[in-house]
Design a protein around this ligand. Structure first.
Ligand SMILES: [Zn+2]
Length: 441
């Protein structure tokens, strides 16, 4: 009976000559199952030069964590032969078919861990797998780098460049997306023009051509624009609508904050109350779309619109800019969009609200790119979706807030990498790794 169990597990683990399971130990108290694997050959080919029939020099004991066997934690153990080769005169350890050299996890365990890390924060995946999260971070880095080496960027024509930060206001990371394939192409630390130059080199290393990039969608950053002019010679810049609207919101908030600070009484009088909550309702009401107003916000906004407050003017300016953008999408007419934006810009310039005057100057300096961004519907929803995914990546990297951890997780979850190992618990496997699954399961 014992022999049958061992040969059963030899097949189940996908082992072939000279490897076989010599014995199996089940420890129900410790919820653990151990497979002792033996290498039966007396002579093996040299792992370095492949010279046949070389003698075994010595054996070193090694251990690997494998996929759980039912509720038991499964471990493989083997004494790995080292071969001394007559031909190249080197002593080399043989490779095993179930694990990468130097890894204490089997390939299938690593593949499962990687799949979990695409959906869960790394620390949580580590808890679920009962291993150390540092061990998972090392695997993520290894497999992401290996998969990125094989990544094909030859067809990229439209790129979106954006910045994000690990902590508010610091640790900036530049991210570059393929806006057509909707995936992350490149991420690096910093937000100066060199990040775009580095992206262009990375693109070339992956079969892409910087001169093929026709269009770049970005925020108002002069540094990115400089990088684009240096490294992506044929790219037209369009300034992303998401960022322009965010800047208008920021300008409006600045006016409101300043007015609340310097003239709290006029605001409270205009709103008809002395309540701090009213000021909060006003702040949220001004930021939100009117169809999302709560009763309190509706009330505050009603009084605001009947007042002569600067905040009321700022809100009207912001709403008018939103209408200019909505009309551009509706009519898709460049001349009309330019005319409407120009008339908004002259209003903003004359409005006597400093933050809006500044915004108008910024937009005027980049007028053509801003108009292109108004008519370009490629990026808007995508940029917002990407921001959501980036937030998810930040959560996954929590506890290891280094830029490298964040970048690796972002690649893992957002790059649609084709050469990552597949989840061994999901039936569909990529051709490359189906070989491994057959060998190891
Ligand atoms: Zn050799």
């Amino acid at each position: 009976m014992a022999v049958e169990i061992e040969s059963l597990f030899t097949s189940a683990l996908g082992l072939a000559t000279p490897w076989r399971v010599a014995n199996v130990e089940l420890n129900t108290a410790q919820k653990r199952i151990d497979f002792n694997i033996t290498c039966e050959a007396k002579y093996l080919p040299c792992p370095l030069c492949n010279k046949a029939d070389q003698s075994i020099h010595d054996r070193l004991e090694r251990h690997w964590r494998h996929l759980d066997f039912f509720q038991y934690e499964a471990w493989l153990h083997a004494e790995l032969p080292r071969i001394h080769c007559d031909d190249c005169d080197k002593t080399t350890q043989v490779e095993v078919p179930w694990a990468r050299e130097g890894s204490g996890f089997t390939l299938l365990f690593e593949a499962l861990a990687l799949s979990l890390c695409q959906d869960l924060p790394v620390r949580q995946a580590a808890q679920l797998l009962r291993c150390n999260d540092k061990q998972l971070w090392r695997r993520i880095e290894h497999y992401v780098q290996a998969a990125r080496k094989l990544d094909d960027m030859s067809g990229v024509k439209i790129a979106g460049i954006d910045e994000t930060s690990l902590r508010k206001g610091q640790n900036y990371i530049t991210v570059v997306h393929d806006l057509e394939k909707k995936r992350l192409l490149f991420a690096c630390e910093g937000r100066d023009h060199k990040t775009v130059v580095d992206f262009a080199s990375d693109l070339k290393a992956h079969g892409g051509k910087p001169e093929q990039i026709e269009h770049v969608c970005q925020d108002m950053s002069a540094a990115y624009a400089k990088g684009v002019s240096l490294a992506l010679p044929n790219a037209q810049i369009s300034y992303d609508r998401f960022h322009v609207v965010a800047m208008a919101n920021e300008a409006m908030d600045e006016v409101r904050r300043e007015e609340t600070r310097t003239q709290p009484q006029s605001i409270k009088t205009a709103l008809g109350g002395n309540d701090r909550k009213l000021l909060k309702s006003l702040a949220w009401g001004m930021r939100r779309n009117p169809d999302g107003w709560s009763t309190k916000q509706l009330n505050a906004m009603h009084w605001l619109q009947h007042s002569t407050l600067k905040s009321a003017r700022a809100w009207r300016l912001k709403m008018a800019l939103r209408t200019v953008y909505a009309n551009a999408v509706k009519h898709n007419d460049e001349d009309l969009a330019k005319a409407e934006l120009s008339s908004w810009l002259s209003w903003a310039t004359r409005c006597r609200l400093e933050p809006f005057k500044k915004l108008a100057t910024t937009l005027k300096q980049r007028l053509d790119g801003v108009v292109r961004g108004m008519l370009d519907n490629r990026s808007n929803a995508y940029v917002e979706a990407m921001n959501g995914l980036l937030q998810q990546a930040k959560r996954a990297a929590r506890g290891f807030k280094t830029a490298t951890n964040f970048i690796m997780i972002a690649y893992l979850c957002m790059s649609k990498l084709k050469h990552l190992p597949s989840n061994p618990l999901v039936p569909a496997v990529s051709p490359k790794y189906s070989v491994l699954v057959h060998r190891c399961l």
